[in-house]
Design a protein around this ligand. Structure first.
Ligand SMILES: Cc1cc2nc3c(=O)[nH]c(=O)nc-3n(C[C@H](O)[C@H](O)[C@H](O)COP(=O)(O)OP(=O)(O)OC[C@H]3O[C@@H](n4cnc5c(N)ncnc54)[C@H](O)[C@@H]3O)c2cc1C
Length: 503
């Protein structure tokens, strides 16, 4: 086979997750010659994925030294073809219309986006089709207008979940279906098992980016996938206006590759780190960093689990089917966005508990239905990714909007008690470290002084450099973020294809 690194490509994309993998599909389907570079490898679909390969198992997980909130950690890295979507819960939500405008919080502001919901809406439809989303638009007071139906009907609740849903509805709450990207039909691969969220699917029945995009893109013959290749830096022309190539660490050798267009899609931590590592005489503070904003405005979601224990063990069922959005934009006496409640897959969080508490946590966990709440963390410039003196990635992060988060938590504590779950367990702390569904470290916008990328995710400072992953989002809303990344990747892919065609 010819050496893939001696060829020239239309587009070279580094990172094969929600953003990079979807973009690769969007270009390959139009006949563009694409190279997709991924540091990890394929994650096999094996029966023991449901116990070992995921956030709660160490199989296939590597470690990387990282400074997080001032302390050095051996941070677990789940680097696979398909990125973090291999482990995601496949809840694919559109952002709510209000998320595109300015949102005022008790202690800060989430800014308006440079484009409205209407601009992304057709691409949300495309992304839902590509990822085979099962959903229903009714019963969600925040569901934005749609020009297409969900491609597939919502997943039905298991009886034990349906009973809880009934009790919530009796209190006047709107309980909606979680839109799920799964292959659920008579000949589909989805077995509706309990370990969808946080685990790799043992049957390829979850529509992660590898299954939905990368495999079909490879089948076109237009995509070359390079695994085990880590991009060290982007090389630029003397005047700094163009990326001329990517320097890769590939099978122990330093290699380079060239393309007309270069795309960083390494995720919210590693895309800014790559740009910072790519500093040059023309970009002394890091590539595309004339604004000084590369790595800043890391935001995402505060989150806390709820355990709703019963007397008997809960059977291993697919529980992640319902959500409550009634408090998305506030509550009586609290006129600020609060967030959402979502059912969780049955995650063995007891594996992260030490000492005598572990068996107690497991006993309760196995008898509980699990849910979580999420509330928005607004973008703060001091929450950021940068490089430590030895080149390791450093993340500085302090949660905000904690008042709204606690208010949402206590609201649901009372709701669950009224629903007949007296011993509801949940943490008061939103968590530290990297937030849930992190976004925002290379925000897009129209003004090069206040954003890194333009509204097509092209760097303001570099003509042929794009960043197409979670970094572009200026805020995180309070719903899961991946569908917005996928929709934007399809929108940007269409634009890059048309530009290359016009040439
Ligand atoms: C347990 C869990 C559950 C989740 N559930 C949901 C959910 O239900 N719904 C939802 O919307 N989101 C969910 N998410 C979040 C979602 O998976 C991420 O937001 C999304 O995958 C981010 O996409 P991305 O393209 O920005 O980056 P990623 O998916 O992280 O992909 C980045 C890729 O780049 C590669 N890479 C990084 N640096 C380099 C380099 N230098 N060279 C080569 N390759 C590199 C990485 O290995 C990785 O494959 C979940 C996440 C987790 C962990």
């Amino acid at each position: 086979m010819a050496d893939p690194l001696t060829q020239r490509y239309d587009v070279a994309v580094v990172g094969s997750g929600a953003g990079g993998g979807t973009l690769a599909w969007a270009l390959a389907r139009h006949g563009r010659k694409v190279l997709l570079i991924e540091q990890g490898d394929h994650l096999p679909a094996e029966p023991d994925n449901a116990t070992d390969a995921g956030v709660f198992g160490n199989k296939y997980c590597t470690r990387e030294p990282m400074d997080i909130c001032g302390r050095r950690h051996d941070f677990p890295v789940h680097a696979y073809v398909g990125g973090q979507t291999k482990l995601y819960g496949a809840a694919l939500y559109r952002f709510r219309e209000a998320d595109f405008g300015t949102l005022q919080f008790p202690d800060g502001v989430s800014p308006a986006w440079p484009l409205g919901y209407g601009e992304l809406e057709p691409w949300y439809c495309e992304a839902e089709k590509l990822y085979r989303v099962h959903g229903a638009a009714h019963d969600d007071p925040t569901e934005p207008p749609r020009s297409c139906d969900f491609p597939f009907p919502a997943v039905e609740h298991e009886p034990v979940v349906a009973r809880l849903v009934q009790r919530l509805r009796r209190q006047g709450l709107h309980v909606s279906a979680i839109p799920k990207a799964i292959d659920l039909h008579s000949t589909g691969n989805c077995r509706l098992c309990t370990t969808c969220d946080a685990y790799a699917c043992p049957t390829h029945g979850k529509l992660d980016t590898e299954v939905a995009c990368i495999r079909p893109a490879l089948a076109t013959g237009n995509l070359t996938l390079l695994t085990g290749a880590r991009c060290q830096r982007l090389l630029t022309s003397g005047d700094g206006r163009r990326v001329t190539g990517m320097e890769l660490d590939y099978r122990g050798q330093t290699r380079s590759v060239e393309a007309d267009i270069h795309v960083a899609a390494c995720g919210v931590v590693h895309s800014p780190a790559l740009l910072l590592r790519s500093a040059s005489a023309a970009h002394p503070d890091g590539l595309a960093n004339s604004s000084g904003l590369v790595g800043r405005y890391l935001c995402g979601h505060n989150a806390s689990f709820f355990f709703l224990p019963g007397l008997k063990p809960v059977p291993a069922l697919h529980q992640k089917t319902f959500a409550v959005h009634d408090f998305y934009l506030g509550d009586r006496g609290f006129p600020y966005p609060m967030g959402v409640l979502q059912a969780a897959g049955r995650m063995p969080v007891w594996q992260h508990v030490d000492g005598w508490q572990k068996p107690v946590a497991e006993f309760i966990g196995r008898r509980s239905l699990m849910c979580f709440i999420m509330s928005e963390i607004w973008p703060d410039p001091d929450n950021r990714v940068r490089l430590a003196a030895d080149g390791a990635v450093q993340v500085d992060f302090r949660p905000n909007n904690v008042r709204a988060f606690r208010r949402l938590r206590s609201r649901f504590m009372s709701i669950f008690r009224r629903a007949g779950y007296p011993a509801v367990l949940s943490s008061r702390h939103p968590g530290i470290g990297i937030p849930w569904h992190p976004v925002g470290t290379l925000r897009f916008g129209t003004d090069p002084a206040t954003s890194v990328l333009d509204t097509w995710c092209r760097a303001h400072d570099v003509d042929n450099l794009y960043v197409v992953d979670s970094c572009f989002l200026p805020s995180a809303g309070a719903v899961n973020t991946s569908l917005t990344v996928m929709a934007q990747a399809l929108r940007v892919g269409d634009r890059i294809h048309r530009q290359l065609e016009a040439r």
